[in-house]
Design a protein around this ligand. Structure first.
Ligand SMILES: *[C@@H]1O[C@H](CO)[C@@H](O)[C@H](O)[C@H]1NC(C)=O
Ligand SMILES: *[C@@H]1O[C@H](CO)[C@@H](O)[C@H](O)[C@H]1NC(C)=O
Ligand SMILES: [Zn+2]
Length: 281
């Protein structure tokens, strides 16, 4: 019965976090992902490069966000998990979670985290050859699945990807994260975000009406191909000072200087663009 223990193990490592999930971001380490986690060698992997000249315009209804302006259920714990700064251990007694409706599915918010790098790189998705210094991922799970089931279904998760560009002035909407990063520099350190923190507050004035969407995977092992991606065309700002707070976090191999995955082949998957009611090809 080799398959059952393997499967249980993969689910366990994902939900137990980085403790049992040994992977690194150097080129040599990324080549090993598919060896240690076979799904990372699949044909519908993320991230991808988006070419705006070849995306397919589609009539896609608006994203409907529910509870994005509510304060996240307290305590909101920010953790340095050795790979990223992550908010996901939410108070599970609370029933008022933010939700999102997309096409025919309803998804519940489960957490958010960041990817970053240096030298203008850092985002996982790339648009027309351009990388951004930071990409925020807001992860949602389809309400029809439990936490342990979601990774077995193609429509298990929906992740919002938001790019940030470096600006000279701080983005105050990010203070509820960046002001707390100094308290979680050590690997596994946690802190409680004591100021008001809502998803809508993080996104500020982001225009959510234009986005790219495609079917892909988690960008960290086990790379399950269960993610509907929504990558927004609109870009937010982050200052150098704020970006630098992310780069002070310490992981297993010293400072987390980069934590983005290499681009993955599209393999013929369609990438759609929603651009409001007026769109052109
Ligand atoms: C962080 O936690 C993991 C899992 O408990 C452990 O393996 C690792 O050694 C910890 N790192 C530090 C620096 O404590
Ligand atoms: C980002 O910063 C630029 C200047 O660097 C400014 O023109 C732009 O309006 C800012 N965008 C947002 C969303 O604040
Ligand atoms: Zn991510």
């Amino acid at each position: 019965m080799p398959t059952l223990p393997d499967f249980v193990f993969l689910v366990l490592i994902y939900f137990a976090g980085s403790a049992y999930c040994q992977f690194g971001y150097s080129t040599a380490e990324q080549k090993r992902w598919a060896v240690d986690f076979p799904q990372c060698g699949g044909s519908s992997q993320s991230p991808i490069e988006i070419y705006t000249g070849s995306v397919i315009p589609a009539f896609i209804p608006r994203l409907k966000l529910y509870g994005y302006d509510w304060p996240l259920p307290f305590p909101v714990i920010l953790k340095n998990d050795g790979k990223t700064a992550d908010v996901s251990s939410l108070n599970t007694d609370v029933t008022r979670y933010p939700h999102l409706a997309f096409l025919n599915s309803l998804y519940r918010f489960v957490g958010f985290h960041f990817h970053w790098g240096k030298n203008q790189k850092g985002s996982e998705h790339v648009v027309n050859g351009k990388s951004y210094p930071v990409e925020l991922h807001i992860v949602h799970r389809n309400v029809k699945y439990s936490e342990s089931q979601a990774l077995n279904f193609q429509d298990g998760l929906l992740v919002l990807g938001i790019f940030f560009e470096v600006s000279s002035v701080d983005n105050p909407n990010l203070y509820s994260v960046t002001n707390y990063l100094r308290y979680i520099r050590a690997e596994n350190a946690t802190t409680t975000i004591s100021t008001h923190c809502s998803l809508g507050g993080l996104l500020g004035s982001l225009n959510i009406n234009k986005f790219y969407t495609y079917q892909g995977s988690l960008t960290t092992p086990p790379c399950s191909e269960t993610v509907t991606w929504i990558v927004f065309a609109n870009i937010l700002n982050i200052s150098h000072r704020q970006l630098n707070e992310f780069r002070q976090l310490i992981g297993t191999d010293g400072k987390i200087i980069r934590n983005y995955r290499h681009l993955q082949p599209l393999n013929g998957r369609p990438v759609y663009v929603r651009s409001g009611s007026k769109w052109r090809g």
